[in-house]
Design a protein around this ligand. Structure first.
Ligand code: UDX
Length: 441
């Protein structure tokens, strides 16, 4: 199938490369010429494990990159919209890139098109896309569909190839059949994945809502375990054991129950804000989802105060943050709890000296923290040398496997505050550190 993907961000690029890998003829389009020339040279402009290797394995004739949308639209039958839907005024999703793409599609298409929205959009947006295309070009033959993605940064390829489900929302059988044929290689398994993905065809509104419901529920699960961690700290419980125990209940499941400093990333905060405001505009009050945001925002300040309290007891002022990305496995610092905690800390006490390190997010963090007096060091041991307090703020595997004896030799810090519970308390203490973490006193 000839497929065009508009947008080569985390979602568009992974989807385009994976569509080509499973046998489709793909054209990826972006307005950013520099990104396109990188991609034409076989380079990946984002950090996504395995993506450049997968691109290199694909037959060059199966995927191409261009900034020329009308050329890209000329022969394709299916267009996936994977452009950004950033948070706009008062939390409502900004759909300007979506509608601009729809206008271009209307103006450039000369044959049947299936216009599939993969970007996360408020319910009803696909109908607005349909009406806009009709207004722009009453002669075009097309259908619309919703196909939300559930890709996590850092494991997006396996989330695509080993999807739990493929969700589509359509208005007719033709659109449904086209999408089913596109995803058949991963639905059947064999060369691509185990074929366990369920293909769920529903209506457009439900498909658009499924994405928001998914992300809101996952975010709420994270806030839940973080609040349980708070309670454990007060009454002397062990949140790691609590999390494991409740996760054994199949109705709860053991995923997304890792306590931490709060959730970040380019999706959860944006999507939760969008659905809460969308519901409000429909006189519906999503109190549980709204409280998720409040709980998460409050947690950042709580974590900053916890760091300060540790510093005060140490009488020192030098902190090393191990971890700047919003989670392990990515270079993305958008809404990173680590970045937010550093910012709040320096607002509370501007005499603190911060040294920051990350496995691959330092460049992004330098931009995010450009107005603050933060030093950076890529080597985690060097970064800790002069610290009074070491904070583990991102759940990189590298930090979970840090050589504690080497660290002991490398730093004067007496205390490690593990905001991700990635270290083993006994091992840390036997290496000669005071160890503090989340949800265990
Ligand atoms: C999320 C959704 O998981 C994905 O399905 C959707 O398509 C896009 O948004 P992503 O933002 O890449 O994916 O990150 P995710 O792995 O969900 O983690 C989000 C945040 O929650 C991170 O800050 C992470 O550190 C935190 N988290 C995650 C926890 O604190 N505890 C957990 O148990 C899991």
């Amino acid at each position: 199938m000839k497929i065009t993907v508009l947008g080569t961000g985390y979602v568009g690029l992974v989807s385009g490369v994976c569509f080509a890998a499973i046998g489709h003829d793909v054209t990826c389009v972006d307005i950013d010429d520099s990104k396109i020339s990188l991609l034409q040279g076989g380079e990946i402009p984002i950090y996504e494990p395995g993506l450049s290797e997968l691109l290199a394995k694909i037959n060059k004739s199966s995927i191409n990159f261009t900034s020329n949308l009308s050329l890209a639209l000329h022969e394709c039958e299916v267009i996936f919209l994977a452009v950004g839907t950033p948070e706009g005024e008062d939390g409502v999703a900004d759909l300007s890139f979506i509608f601009e793409a729809a206008k271009q599609i209307a103006r450039s298409s000369t044959s049947y098109k299936l216009v599939v929205t993969k970007s996360t959009v408020p319910p009803g947006t696909n109908f607005k896309i349909r009406d806009l295309i009709r207004r722009e070009n009453s002669n075009i033959e097309f259908d619309i569909a919703s196909n939300p993605e559930f890709l996590r940064e850092g494991c997006a390829i396996s989330d695509f190839m080993e999807a739990d489900r493929v969700v589509i929302g359509t208005e007719n059988k033709r659109a449904e059949d086209v999408l089913k044929s596109i995803y058949t290689p991963i639905l059947n398994g064999g060369r691509f994945g185990s074929g366990k993905a369920k293909f769920l065809a529903t209506d457009i509104i439900t498909a658009e809502l499924i994405k928001y419901a998914s992300n809101s529920f996952l975010a709420a699960k994270i806030c839940f375990i973080n609040e349980m961690a708070d309670l454990c700290e007060i009454v002397g419980g062990n949140v790691n054991e609590l999390s494991y125990a409740i996760g054994l209940d199949k109705r709860i499941g053991d995923k997304f129950l890792n306590p931490g400093p709060g959730f970040g990333g380019s999706c959860f905060p944006k999507d939760i804000n969008a659905i809460v405001n969308f519901a409000k505009s429909n006189n519906c009050h999503l109190s549980i989802i709204e409280s998720t945001l409040k709980s998460n925002d409050h947690r950042i300040k709580k974590m900053a105060r916890r760091v300060l309290s540790k510093l005060d007891s140490l009488g020192g002022k030098k902190i090393t943050f191990l971890g700047l990305a919003f989670k392990g496995g990515t270079d993305d610092v958008r809404c990173s709890p680590s970045i937010q905690i550093i910012t709040v800390l320096l607002q509370l006490d501007n005499t603190i000296k911060i040294m920051a390190s990350d496995v691959c997010a330092i460049e992004g963090a330098k931009i995010a923290l450009r107005d603050l007096p933060v030093k950076f060091e890529a080597d985690m041991y060097l970064a800790c040398a002069d610290a009074d307090l070491i904070i583990i703020a991102t759940e990189w595997e590298d930090y979970g496997k840090i050589d504690l004896l080497k660290l002991r030799e490398s730093t004067k810090a007496s205390t490690i505050l593990d905001l991700r519970n990635v270290l083993n308390a006994k091992e840390v203490r036997s290496a000669g550190f005071v160890y503090k973490c989340i949800g265990i006193t």
